[in-house]
Design a binder for this molecule. Structure first.
Ligand code: FAD
Length: 424
């Protein structure tokens, strides 16, 4: 087991609220480490809607999810936070008064005075590819994230996907694995062009393989993979020997202007979405730029896995066939609470109840900010999480520095705060 890492504050979750907490803690001289299951900072903003605009961050008329993440990373730079990405916090134990030991699934152990849970909706769940029997290999040979690169040392590794995660891990694991094969259903990638070029260069140098197709089956025994069966769009099915597989079927989806024609289908003519978005959608329908159907899909039509249309039963029971190549069903996100449920903290409908003077949980020294917490009047907005982070830091200070008095200061007028920010 690795050496225990000591820090003032441990932040679980590097979403926007976890990131801003670093800033508020830093102004008060508290050092923070952050842990996140994802391999990047930014939480929902970076993982679910990096290119979508946000319009309600105070003082910033418009910023994308990725833009906000980058701005927060720049803002907290003076405080040198340490990130532990691709790790999931599994255990939080009380070891002092206050004092906590936090353990991750990568075996890292932290000791800290204060824990800040900024875990959002809980842990993102990877999409499981539709391969029969894949569950039997999960955790042994099939992994949905890279927690420790060494797990893949000298393995014949099959990476499946065409996005940034698939390409980034391909490039990182080629020097470690015995042989890496990247499989994607077509020879076009959604990943950064630079990564795609690097991957193609490795293929040209025969340092890795690129295979076109989709995994249709797995071979092996006792959870140990020996081969994957694959089918290309054109040509014969084939068999690929491998000991480990990393499927990356990311969560981001692009819509709107990139599609030839979009039809929105909903079972009734009322929407739970933001009124502004509903208005925009109705304006597009009125302008003939997209379709709106009220009903439910009863049947899909197509051949060889290629969709050609869908049968819709309308609210008036009339049946209609529409032509389509792709269906994007949005029936809510699956984010499981995950291990938070086992940390001995009171929960309410899978959220962490907090008091509202410092957003502290039922355990003194453990705070919860952002989407994960609940209190009367809670709004799941980024700006609420920012406010919660500021008040949390004020109380956390007394746990970290029990002997010191806290003096309230403005960043505009305090030379001491400006020195910490590196601007004075
Ligand atoms: P998150 O962003 O959910 O981040 C939590 C992080 O914690 C995740 O990265 C997760 O991997 C990590 N985590 C969870 N459990 C663990 C664990 N056990 N160990 C390690 N890490 C863990 N809000 C607005 O204010 N304005 C908007 O316009 C807006 N638009 C949105 C559009 C969409 C499509 C969506 C989905 C959300 C939108 N939101 C918007 C909501 C906003 O994104 C959330 O309120 C915000 O992301 C919450 O931030 P957070 O830091 O609390 O949690």
């Amino acid at each position: 087991m690795s050496e225990t890492i000591k820090t003032d504050v441990l932040i679980i979750g590097a979403g926007p609220c976890g990131l801003f907490a670093v800033f508020e803690l830093g102004l008060l001289d508290m050092k923070a480490h952050l842990i996140d299951i994802l391999d990047k900072a930014g939480g929902q903003c970076a993982e679910l809607y990096p290119e979508k605009p946000i319009y309600d961050i105070p003082g910033i008329p418009m910023v994308t999810g990725q833009g906000l993440t980058e701005a927060l990373m720049a803002q907290i730079k003076p405080f040198h936070p340490t990130f532990h990405l691709g790790e999931m916090v599994e255990r939080v134990e009380k070891i002092g008064n206050p004092g906590f030991r936090v353990t991750t699934d990568a075996g890292n152990v932290f000791e800290c005075k204060v824990v800040v849970i900024a875990a959002g909706g809980g842990s993102f769940q990877p999409k499981r590819p539709p391969v029969p029997g894949i569950e039997a290999y999960e955790g042994t040979s099939v992994h949905y994230a890279v927690r420790k690169m060494d797990v893949f040392r000298d393995k014949r590794l099959l990476i499946v996907g065409g996005g940034d995660s698939a390409l980034d891990w391909t490039l990182n694991l080629v020097p470690i694995a015995k042989r890496v094969t990247l499989m994607h259903r077509r020879d076009q990638f959604r990943a950064a062009p630079d990564s795609v070029n690097k991957m193609k260069a490795l293929v040209a140098e025969k340092k890795m393989d690129l295979a076109l197709g989709q995994v249709t089956g797995l071979e092996g025994a006792d959870g140990r993979l020996t081969a994957a069966l694959a089918k290309p769009d054109k040509g014969d099915p084939y068999r690929l020997e491998c000991d480990a597989m990393l499927p990356f079927f990311g969560l981001t989806m692009k819509l709107g202007p990139v599609a030839r024609r979009v039809t929105l289908l909903h079972r009734r003519d009322e929407f739970r979405a933001a009124p502004h978005s509903v208005e925009q959608m109705r304006a597009l329908v009125a302008a003939g730029k997209m379709g709106l159907k009220i009903g439910q899909v009863t049947e899909l039509k197509g051949e060889g896995g290629k969709l050609s249309g869908a049968t819709i039963k309308g609210s008036d029971n009339l049946i209609e066939n529409i032509a389509c190549d792709t269906i994007l069903p949005f029936f809510g996100l699956t984010m499981k609470l995950g291990p938070v449920a086992d940390w001995g903290i009171e929960l309410e409908h899978n959220l962490v109840p907090v008091e509202t003077s410092a957003f502290e949980t039922s355990v003194p020294g453990i705070f919860a900010i952002g989407d994960i917490n609940t209190y009367p009047g809670k709004l799941k907005l980024i700006l609420s999480g920012f406010h919660e982070a500021a008040l949390m830091a004020q109380k956390a200070y007394h746990y970290v520095f029990p002997e010191k008095r806290l003096v309230f200061q403005y960043t505009t007028s305090s030379t001491s705060l400006q020195k910490k920010l590196g601007v004075a």
